[in-house]
Design a protein around this ligand. Structure first.
Ligand code: PLP
Length: 420
């Protein structure tokens, strides 16, 4: 078998099946430009991070300015304006009732931080609570804690023995929502868990599975009644994807702990935050140094990444951004509507700016044979789409045009004709 030409080991890439990587030299708005002169429509916002478009000038300028002033400083015992500004703005924009902001650098680490905050809280107030409740099909990242609270399957089978035990409740499929709520109620009552972690309104990697806001609201109510911490993982749903700035807004829910990452810098640089209620911070606030929150990474609150986040937050102050999100949602609905009558697809769905549909094939799941074929087919048509098994989804940057969407959905229709 030929070995790769490059020494780079790529993520979620089977090198024995994919020998060549697409070399990208430049990006602008909704497009990637390759070394061999192609313009690719980025229909998945480069793994769901790019919100306003690649290389947004306001964000680029903020990065350039900050990089020449202060580009890194240890964050233990030190602070800087970009981090302070981002924290203050976040607390204004996030659901009311969150009081503290902890910085980290990826969605997975923001989840690790959330879990450690929850466990640290119970430990420090003297209660033995360690069990985490999770939802079926969930995904929270690839570090060991984040994998433990995610669905068990092909992504983590090799590390199974290392993952900690969790209690899983069923996904709230249509007309079976009560079963989920009953399972949550029973898990909260019987196991005295530390926390429940959930992707609000949509499970992304699990297959773009959507559920209504009232279920999220009920889940929060159940946790509150049992004094179980409610952790919302808004790593994917944050920053307008579901139609509102944060998905929890639609359920009028304030989580006890919430994770934001991906679009926090508009997709320009890696950064994440975990926000929490004051009493979770307070449980760690003590002259006793053993109660310190022992978590950090070297680049915590990197000033350049924070400057990018501040620039992104500036953009969100402009009402035009929300109008843009609303119009992408409408454009997506118009584009996906004809597929509801197309017998080759099922579960045609949309939430805010995210649209998804399942191609009917003989196998399903992440390893469905069709997925790499679809991906290659789209690549040949200069479309960046990475189906999750037989689930094709479109999650574009908000600068996407109706013409781009026409191109994307024409590609999907053509793929069904050729490959299904
Ligand atoms: N949580 C959710 C809901 C996600 O969708 C993801 C990534 O897709 C993560 C956490 C992990 O984020 P990252 O890849 O930045 O570690």
């Amino acid at each position: 078998m030929p070995k790769p030409m490059s020494p780079i080991w790529h993520p979620f890439t089977q090198h024995a099946l994919q020998h060549e990587m697409t070399k990208v030299v430049r990006a602008d708005g909704a497009y990637l430009y390759t070394a061999d002169g192609c313009r690719i429509v980025d229909a998945i916002s480069s793994w769901w991070v790019v919100t306003h478009g690649h290389c947004h000038p306001h964000i680029v300028r903020a990065i350039q300015d900050q990089a020449s002033k202060l580009n890194q400083v240890v964050f233990a015992g030190h602070t800087h304006d970009p981090a302070e500004e981002v924290a203050a703005l976040l607390l204004k924009l996030a659901p009311q009732g969150l009081d503290y902001v902890f910085f980290s650098d990826s969605g997975s680490t923001s989840v690790e931080v959330a879990l450690k905050m929850a466990l640290g809280y119970w430990h420090n107030i003297g209660e033995q609570r360690i069990r985490i409740i999770v939802m079926q099909h969930s995904y929270h990242g690839d570090t060991v804690g984040a994998m433990s609270v995610g669905a068990r399957g092909v992504f983590n089978a090799s590390y199974g023995p290392l993952l900690f035990d969790v209690r899983s409740i069923p996904f709230p499929t249509k007309d079976r929502e009560q079963a989920t709520l009953d399972a949550l109620e029973s898990a909260c009552r019987n196991e005295i868990p530390a926390a429940f972690i959930v992707e609000p309104l949509i499970s992304g990697v699990g297959g773009m599975l959507m559920y209504p806001a009232w279920v999220l609201r009920e889940m929060k109510r159940i946790c509150e009644a049992s004094d179980v911490l409610f952790i919302a993982d808004e790593v994917m749903t944050g920053w307008g994807r579901t139609g509102t700035l944060f998905a929890c807004e639609q359920a009028n829910v304030t989580p006890d702990i919430v994770c934001y990452s991906k679009g926090i810098t508009g997709g320009a640089l890696p950064l994440a935050v975990t926000l929490c209620r004051a009493d979770i911070f307070d449980a760690h606030y003590s002259k006793d140094r053993t109660r310190t929150f022992f978590h950090s990474s070297s680049y915590t609150a990197n000033p350049v990444a924070c400057a990018a986040a501040k620039a992104n937050l500036d953009l969100w102050q402009d009402p035009e951004v929300r109008q843009r999100v609303a119009s992408v949602a409408i454009m997506q609905e118009q584009a996906i509507e004809p597929f509801r009558a197309d017998a080759r697809f099922r579960n045609v769905r949309r939430l805010g700016t995210i649209a998804a549909l399942d191609l009917i094939t003989s196998d399903a799941g992440y390893l469905a044979e069709i997925a790499p074929k679809l991906q290659a087919f789209f690549r040949e048509r200069n479309l960046l789409l990475r189906p999750l098994g037989n689930t094709i989804y479109v999650m574009p940057p908000y600068c996407v045009t109706a013409a781009d969407l026409d191109e994307i959905y024409a590609g999907i229709r053509e793929a069904a004709g050729v490959l299904a």
